[in-house]
Design a binder for this molecule. Sequence first.
Ligand code: SAH
Ligand code: SF4
Ligand code: F3S
Length: 439
Amino acid sequence: MRHYCIETYGCQMNVADSELIAGILEDDGWVRATDAHGADLIVVNTCSVRERAADRVVGYLRSLAPLRRARPGLRIVVAGCLPQHLGERLAERLPDVDLFIGPDAYRRLPELVADPSRDPHFALARDRGETYEDLSPLRADGIHAYVSIMRGCDRACTYCAVPFGRGRERSLPAEAAIRATREAVESGFVAVTLLGQAVTSYREGERDFAALLEALAGIPGLCSLRFLAPHPGDLSVRLLEVMRRHPVIARHLHLPLQAGSDRILTAMRRGYTAAEFVDLVARARRTLPEISITTDIIVGFPGESDEDYARTVEVMETVRFDSAFTFAYSPREGTHAQRFLADDVPPEVKQHRLSAVITLQERHSLERYQARIGTTQEVLVEGPARGTPDRLFGRCSDMKAAVFSPGEAEEAEEIRAGEIARVEITAASSHTLKGVRRR
Ligand code: SAH
Ligand code: SF4
Ligand code: F3S
């Protein structure tokens, strides 16, 4: 028997692609190894979005060198965004790799790993039509499944490497998205997250993202329908209306702000102003008062002055996000920003701004989480809480994490992963709600 293992870096799309790769390999007779030491094939699915993400991948691959020496038959494959983005330049840094394969070429994986030659192969041809709609991902057990409804991105934000790794945008046909979601639910996944780099640009003929979401919301047995990530530049009023009509759709929008200065937003080519962003949040909260809004923020983009940075803080103060991923800008090869804009914010200024937005966000998160104290939330149970097995862990409809005691002993036996518990929130930290289950 031939054993494989997959190590995944990067975003949820890579997690979903690793499940796709697992499906492709197992169809070809491969069996999952418990870890890298027991594997004949190691697939490392990589991310190129920030320098640090790329460095981590390279560090991990170099750490495999002793294993490679100990097991002469071992094959190492680098998949995903990094080889697609950097090609031969990555290969120069990684002499021990057998195959570099891009996100459009996974169908060829079995055939390519079967080739015994020791020269590295490059399977980096782009295929604008590839959506893998006919293939089934192999998901880990649990209650939650990803369904990639789009691949690629046509947005070309000036800092972003994603389009280099993922290529042009394409949408999964709606029928295939409905089929994939239905199949996931039928095999026991009661929560589904639709994935795309900018899902709000989903289009298939007359069907836009709001229409697709509405079609999926009606699938029987589905308890929670989520999506990542909408783009603030094309989030429609209709989408908010669809969300309002269908409580099965999570009360959550991940709306990447990136920056609060219009000058920087223009330089990033984001396609909205700070005022438009703030209006959008206000409209979303009017339509769905219980919604949580999370975001991504970049500090230290080329040319970001103290004044520009102050605008980011201002938007954060106005919106008060429920949580945020915050990043210091790092130039990515080939992007417009890397080629044409000087990376002129000194590292210590970037670090200082980053720490400040993190501290500010912690304060806002705590405030937003504590505002839930005293309310009763419907929590989709995922399983026992880590570290405190007498408690359960789950997510509220607005995606906040909740840890709760299951109530009386006989009730405790009743509630299982995949079921919805009514939880009275009694305390909150900036990342987790705490509570007690109520009848
Ligand atoms: N498609 C998503 C973003 C995907 S990348 C969107 O448009 O919203 C995830 C996040 O990484 C981005 O939102 C951005 O905040 C951050 N990021 C991307 N490129 C970066 C860079 N070069 N430097 C720092 N952060 C970056
Ligand atoms: Fe990158 Fe912009 Fe596309 Fe997001 S929308 S993946 S930030 S190019
Ligand atoms: Fe995702 Fe990183 Fe690729 S964020 S799309 S894995 S570059």
